[in-house]
Design a protein around this ligand. Structure first.
Ligand SMILES: [Zn+2]
Length: 412
């Protein structure tokens, strides 16, 4: 059989599939956008294929950030997102999309964009081949209630808030139908507040169970993914009972919330987002008084308690969480692999699995595992990232990034 599809062979290194714990000495043949053969080192014949030297390196599945904010303009103050004009937002999102792919991220699940079409138009242009970027599941602006997280409105001025403010089940349903019409894949719902804002704080639950259920049910009807910002224990319970696809944060879980997540672990994913606390404490430059006011150390302790426990219970975790703010810019997201090891007791393999295989499952596009027939979204990393959790965050160690069989970047 002859074919015109481009063929690439990645030869002479190790392969880590994403699913199993061990690496293997294997070569991988790619044709078109798919992995077509995996064989023992030196055993695959592919004379006509472009050869990539993998000696001393490990081939892993492309990474997925499950809580992406590609539209963030290096946020340094609370209302900066809505203050950024739409035209600038588009350019920022476009540049960040390329930065993510440069950094080995072949997938991003949106977690709130400033306007309904900001990520949609970038997804469309990436898919059309016009600009480089990961597979992107565009998100709505966060769906919140009046006075909920991201409702930055004030009575005395007409502010265009970077959120969809909806109260009651009918407004929630309408907002999601609007998102569907405008092309999103993901609806981000804010069920609790957040300690980084004066109000509502992270232990306050702001969206009613009826509203959460309506959001998830409507998403399911339209084939969209509902993802939730939920820090308080009650917000976690509402998210899980309603059936959200991805649960973000979940810091302040009580025993009942942990049990509910465990019961739902085969149908949902959790993003610990512990990296934001690490960034705040060590890279933000915020004065101690500000960190104290936001109760960062207390929240970090709760986050560690929750997610160490969820890890033990076999809950599927993802990486990502508010990369895009000034002290953790887009493109540095792979630091989360190390964060899961440092803070939550993951082994490097488990953390890498959160970044790759679980991310692929959460996106549901057939990527995230190196297997015959799988999408060729791949990263070639110098050394052994299954033993050293810091490697994937060092872009000088990424020898090649491939998305859909196309080499995006390659050392040398
Ligand atoms: Zn976020």
């Amino acid at each position: 059989m002859t074919t015109n599809a481009q063929r690439t062979i990645i030869r002479g290194g190790h392969v880590w599939s994403g699913r199993v714990d061990e690496r293997a000495e294997q070569d991988v043949l790619i044709e078109g956008d798919r992995i077509v053969a995996i064989g023992a080192r030196g055993q695959l014949a592919a004379d006509d294929a472009l050869e990539v030297d993998a000696k001393g390196a490990t081939l892993i599945p492309g990474m997925v950030d499950a809580h992406g904010h590609l539209s963030f303009p290096v946020v340094t103050y609370n209302t900066e997102i809505e203050d950024t004009p739409p035209e600038e937002s588009i350019l920022i999102t476009m540049h960040n999309a390329r930065k993510m792919l440069d950094a080995g991220f072949t997938g991003v699940i949106g977690a709130g964009s400033p306007r309904l079409r900001t990520e949609v138009v970038i997804r469309n242009e990436i898919d059309a081949g016009g600009i480089p970027g990961p597979r992107l599941m565009p998100s709505t602006p966060t769906l919140t209630t009046t006075g909920g997280l991201n409702d930055t409105g004030q009575l005395h001025q007409k502010r265009a808030v970077a959120a969809m403010v909806a109260d009651g089940v009918e407004e929630v349903r309408r907002a999601i139908r609007l998102g569907y019409r405008e092309g999103v894949d993901v609806v981000k719902i804010n069920i609790s507040g957040d300690d980084f804002f004066t109000r509502p704080h992270g232990r306050l639950t702001t969206m009613s169970l009826d509203e959460v259920r309506m959001a998830v049910d409507t998403c399911n009807e339209y084939g969209l993914k509902a993802v939730a910002h939920a820090r308080s224990a009650e917000s976690v319970k509402r998210a899980v009972r309603a059936g959200v696809h991805v649960l973000h944060h979940a810091d302040f879980c009580d025993e009942e919330a942990l049990d509910l997540i465990e019961e739902a672990k085969d149908r949902m994913f959790v993003t610990p987002t512990v990296g934001l606390y690490h960034g705040l404490l060590y890279n933000s430059g915020y004065p101690e008084s500000a960190l104290e006011k936001m109760m960062v150390r207390e929240a970090l302790a709760c986050n560690i308690a929750t997610h160490s426990e969820l890890r033990k219970r076999g809950v599927r975790m993802l990486i990502g969480g508010d990369y895009g703010v000034a002290f953790m810019p887009n493109g540095t997201n792979a630091k989360d692999v190390e964060n899961l090891v440092t803070y939550l007791g993951f082994t490097p393999v488990e953390a890498l699995r959160a970044a790759t295989y679980h991310g692929g499952l959460a996106m549901g596009l057939g990527a995230g595992e190196i297997c015959e027939g799988g999408l060729a979204d791949l990263v070639l990393v110098d050394g052994d990232p299954t033993a050293d959790a810091t490697l994937v965050a060092d872009q000088s160690k990424l020898r090649m990034v491939m998305k859909g069989g196309q080499i995006h970047r390659k050392a040398g």
